[in-house]
Design a protein around this ligand. Sequence first.
Ligand code: DLL
Length: 436
Amino acid sequence: MADGLIWDERYECIHRAELQQLQLERLQATVNRAARNVAFYAKQFEERAIYPEDIQSLEDIQRLPFTEKQDLRDSYPYGMFAVPLREVVRLHQSSGTTGRPTVVGYTANDLRHWTDLVARNLTAGGVTKDDVVQIFFGYGVFTGGFGFHHGAEAIGASVIPVSHGDTRRQVEVMRDYRTTVIIGTPYYALRIAATAEEMDVDPHSLSLRIGLFGAEVWDESVRQQIEDKLLIKAFDVYGLSEIGGPGVSYECEARAGLHIAEDQYLVEVIDPDSGNVLPPGEEGELVFTTLNKEAMPLLRYRSGDISRLNLEPCPCGRTLARMSRITQHTDDRLIVRGTNIFPDQVQQVLAEIPGISDQFQLVLDRSSAVEHLEAHVEVAADSTPDSMGDLITTEQHIEERLQDLLGMTVAVKLVQPGSLDLSEGPTRIIEAAPER
Ligand code: DLL
């Protein structure tokens, strides 16, 4: 029997047969709306002779082509909308690294559903109306701040919209307002923990109990560090702006995979190379179809995120499928002078070198004939380099290690702790010049 509360048992504990019926009805309605109201889909369907009536079962979705991030960029800003702009009450934007951003619109109903999904997410982590919730995701076009804000208000918690930045202030707020729940990116939580230590704020003197973290890749060792340093229980939360921001999937008290809001999103796992759908349990790219979105329905949207699905019953009582934590993206790869580079490889090198943190950004400049790649790496908050010479030696050391591993030159620049902007998660790769 489950210990924790469930926000919406009707959907979170739904029978699979009933869920599939609901998904089919919603899928048919979504395909109809998309074909009728979104020029992009109307054209695609016409070219491929696809008719909404072709969708008679959930498997029939495989007849539809994928939607790619580039399709959204090409439709910038409003080309994917299925409703007139006057029905759109909110606009958000994805944290792209290059080119045009992707814009997402929400009707009032879309916002209501989104709020509800985030309320489910918070409840699954054990957050209640008695909590004081400090949100340090950025408030703005990024979906993290506002998404969690409305969800936390909906469950009746006291919400502090601190937003990102001013780390000392975050610690003061945490202490003075007796914050019980923190929500933001996992690596920023670690930075807050380090700052609390510098400020001699003992975590035992704080009231923290829960943290929800996401928007970037993190793993069990980062979870452990956050939990040990801040004395909280940490939960993984996942989402992507194109599909709906946070609330797409979330860990429950079992913390063994993230429950997907399958009543709102149909998820498939595909082989990223062939595009073939894979059976549950196999690792591949997550592909999402919105089932209830009015402003911007998306069909078979390729997330670029690698995961696998688990349909086994969960001890928490929720029946919604669980996805494994994201460890990799298909589009994380940076191709520089013909060489594939994965940020994970850089992370591995940095982990072996004393005196630096694991906060880094890769900055690629394609403006000249020879592409130039720089790694900006934050010095560890507790490191005290003796001299400029020490810094240069460390930079050279990292450069050598990267050269060995990647077979190419990467210029390394050490920067002050806390100076990189990692507020929106997946910003490991920055393109210094427009896309070619
Ligand atoms: O990051 C939405 C979000 C806000 C999720 C707050 C969670 C919490 P985007 O800026 O569009 O939206 O970035 C989406 O971030 O495709 C993943 O690659 C990555 N991502 C999001 N959550 C996780 C996570 C928001 N828990 C992209 N683990 C997604 C790993 C994540 N990667």
